[in-house]
Design a protein around this ligand. Structure first.
Ligand code: ADP
Ligand code: G6P
Length: 480
């Protein structure tokens, strides 16, 4: 039996070098945090980019870097600064990310970005071919590597290849504006199985395949040459036990500085509700709109001034991309203006942190906040919503979640909102603040049961099971 090879741009750890020492820090983002649990439990090799460019990597540390990654079951694909610029900051995050999140006006169609994307995808494919055998199963992840399945297929026609997209697949009307739409679809169709978070993304993809490539599609099977490619939705879960147990241990462990601060805040203002939002600093997450909606809420219901505090934790992300720099400035200014205008001697309405926090601090925030308010304008899944619910071991807490997040499809008991509707959000915040504990507990019981049942392990197993079934069907067909 062969091994499983996971391949993604972002590895579960990022390497940093300081004073000649290599340090591996956990990566942020749904793909890395979710797949990490799958990877650590099994016999897989994870191939990806270390997070450092060749120029940042002293040659004499090459072996140490390989060893550091090996400890985490990983192997690296090396990228130079020009490749990172065109492939990662360029085509991945200035073309595909905005387009697939319906920010068409941000999407840049640059031939240089595309050429580098192709070249770097070939590097990843070559790394797979070098490190795998025919009987291995290859699982390719996300929008940075959409050409890899076809590139591997050319050299390894019999290998099982699965692909999972962690972001939305947009409607045909959006996707068809991409100059390289055919090549991207053909790249993906090198897979045996293509997975999406939701049925809607799957439907959009099938419609693009039918209309752009003119291929025959029957239910969720695509017929191409002598192959059948299966498409399905697999909503990604979280490592439920890990979050639940961390929350249970949290009360027994020594308190962190952050927890001390949160506790002292609670003690000094016992009636104040803490509202939490956690995201990478990304325009798709609707952070600026959320802050505006918060101001709208305080104007509509001024009786809640000094009775609520919004904690915004934003992780630095893709900071070489101009739109992210603009957003950083916008959020800084908004927070500064609102805090400047409405703070009182005893009250600052918004606490804003722009940094990555360790796992324990995330748990401090999840377990202490009365409300989680997550308002993406578009989000493939949004695992933060699931993590918040998993840590609410006494079943209290209210989740306000955007309808535009993939997770909203499975989290009907949350208070679902349209992030563009300020009126609705103000009323929903009021409702959340006043929701009786019995109602909170009833809603969270349903949510927790579902998250526990459909956890990340089940998600990965279902994908792998479908991939294995698919591969055996194709092989049987060949034999016949
Ligand atoms: P995305 O994948 O778009 O970043 P998700 O909500 O699906 O959004 O996943 C974000 C992941 O990153 C979650 O697992 C969350 O715990 C982690 N994370 C988010 N913010 C932070 C932070 N400030 N520090 C550390 N981890 C974070
Ligand atoms: C999303 C994407 C991932 C990506 C993550 C963090 O979850 O789907 O592919 O790894 O964001 O973004 P980054 O650009 O830092 O890898």
């Amino acid at each position: 039996m062969g091994k499983t090879i996971i391949i993604s741009n972002r590895l579960p750890v990022q390497l940093q070098i300081s004073n000649g020492k290599i340090n591996a820090v956990p990566s942020v983002g749904g793909l890395a945090t979710g797949m990490k649990s799958v990877h650590s439990g099994g016999e897989s090799l994870w191939i990806g980019w270390s997070g450092l460019t060749d120029e940042e990597t002293p040659h004499e540390l090459d072996q140490n870097i390989d060893d550091a990654l090996k400890e985490h079951g990983c192997a690296k694909v090396s990228l130079n600064a020009q490749e990172v610029e065109g492939f990662y900051f360029g085509f991945s995050n200035r073309t595909i990310w905005p387009l697939f999140h319906y920010f068409m006006e941000y999407s840049e169609f640059e031939l240089d970005f595309w050429n580098t994307y192709k070249a770097v995808n070939q590097k990843f494919a070559d790394a797979i071919i070098e490190k795998s055998n025919d009987d291995d199963t290859i699982w390719v992840h996300d929008y940075q590597l959409m050409l890899v399945p076809q590139m591997v297929r050319e050299k390894r026609p019999k290998t099982s290849i699965g692909f999972f997209l962690h972001i939305p697949f947009p409607s045909y009307e959006i996707f068809r504006t991409l100059p390289w739409r055919r090549e991207v679809l053909e790249g993906l169709l090198g897979s045996d199985l293509i997975g999406f978070h939701t049925y809607d993304y799957e439907r959009h993809f099938l419609s693009s395949v039918r209309r752009i490539l003119g291929l025959e599609v029957s239910f969720n099977d695509i017929f191409m040459d002598n192959r059948v490619i299966k498409v399905d939705s697999f909503p990604m879960g979280i490592d439920y036990r890990k979050f639940k147990n961390a929350a249970l241990d949290h009360d027994k462990n020594q308190k962190s500085d952050l927890q001390e601060r949160l506790d002292s805040h609670k003690a000094s203002a016992p009636d104040t509700k803490l509202i939490l939002s956690i995201d990478r600093l990304d325009y798709s997450k609707g952070i600026a709109k959320r802050i505006n909606a918060f101001e709208y809420f305080l104007n509509k219901y001024p009786e809640y001034k000094e009775k609520v505090r919004l904690i915004i934790l934003a992780v630095p992300s893709r900071s070489n991309v101009p739109q992210y720099q603009l957003l950083k400035r916008e959020v800084d200014e908004l927070v500064g203006r609102i805090n400047g205008e409405i703070s009182t001697v005893n009250w600052t309405p918004i606490w804003y942190f722009y940094r990555s926090l360790g796992f324990e601090s995330l748990i401090d925030l999840y377990t202490t906040s009365d409300i989680a308010w997550l308002t993406p304008l578009r989000d493939g899944m949004n695992l933060v919503a699931k993590e918040y619910i998993a840590t609410r071991t006494d079943k209290t807490g209210v989740l306000i979640l955007s309808e535009m997040a993939g997770s909203a499809y499975e989290m009907n008991e949350a208070l679902l909102i349209n992030p563009n509707n300020f009126e609705q959000q103000a009323d929903t915040l009021k409702r959340a603040i006043n929701m009786p504990e019995e109602e909170q507990m009833a809603r969270n019981t349903f949510l927790q049961n579902r998250l526990e049942r459909y956890n990340v392990e089940v998600w990965a197993n279902e994908f792998m099971k479908a991939l294995k079934q698919k591969s055996s069907v194709v092989r049987n067909t060949f034999v016949a």
